[in-house]
Write a protein that binds this ligand. Structure first.
Ligand code: DC
Length: 234
């Protein structure tokens, strides 16, 4: 974020629909979209499980080799995508195991510090919607417009299950809604209880409980509130 750029933050727990909503919100407002969960997931994929054992200095040295940027399709239209070392990551970062490792690495100081600086640098370069866990509370604490989305874990698990089924995941590869809910509760606990930048709403965030709302309804609310706030911020 700088004098010239504008940042909207969208935080919330796993499976609340943040990515889809942040992307649509960014599109609707003509801003770039920053998926900070994808940054933690890239770190997890690039560094692997063994990074959990590294001392802070060794971990920081490994992180220095990663460079994050936002790229757009060559046509110049279409969504901005996050790239790590020049490459837009694919489905390999989306699995549950990578999410769990990302969450475990996210408690480490060097990881949080490195990614916070990278996120702030992108916020100085682009007006964007930043989606994650601590965007409004820590990384972009002075953002003009902050949202925090929440939903009942059982509802989030059911949505995730439907999404996986739609993606063609089936048979033994498709966990039951109950198993997904167990994983979601475990990750919530990890993300909310860490000492550094725990998952929590910023004091000035607009909190939206999406348990009983469809995606379109939530998006309409976010767009209307963001437009009001943006007009007041300019
Ligand atoms: O949103 P996600 O599931 O892709 O994020 C993966 C993990 O990364 C999440 O469980 C915790 C961590 N994370 C974080 O600590 N801070 C962020 N701003 C974004 C993600």
């Amino acid at each position: 974020m700088s004098d010239k750029t504008l940042v909207i933050t969208l935080d919330g727990p796993a499976g609340v629909g943040k990515s889809t909503l942040a992307r649509s919100l960014a599109r609707g407002l003509g801003l770039a979209f920053l998926d900070t969960g994808a940054m933690f997931r890239c770190v997890a994929c690039q560094l692997g499980e063994t990074a959990l054992e590294l001392a802070d200095s060794a971990l920081a040295a490994r992180l220095e080799k990663l460079e994050f940027s936002l790229v757009r399709p060559p046509s110049g239209s279409g969504d901005w995508e996050l790239a790590c070392n020049g490459r837009v990551p694919g489905r390999e970062i989306r699995g549950e195991a990578v999410g769990r490792l990302a969450s475990r690495l996210a408690v480490r100081g060097p990881v949080r510090e490195f990614l916070k600086l990278a996120q702030q640098e992108l916020g100085r370069a682009y007006s964007l919607v930043a989606e994650g866990r601590d965007m409004g509370s820590v990384v972009f604490a002075s953002a003009c417009c902050k949202f925090f989305l929440d939903a009942d874990p059982a509802v989030r698990a059911r949505r995730r299950w439907l999404q996986l089924r739609e993606q063609g995941v089936g048979g033994t590869d498709l966990p039951s809604p109950e198993e997904i809910e167990r994983q979601i509760r475990e990750r919530d606990q990890q993300d909310r209880s860490r000492t550094l930048a725990p998952l929590r709403p910023a004091e000035d965030a607009v909190i939206v409980d999406t348990s009983d709302l469809g995606l379109e309804q939530v998006l309409e609310r976010l767009l209307a509130a963001a437009r009001r706030k943006m007009a007041a911020c300019r």
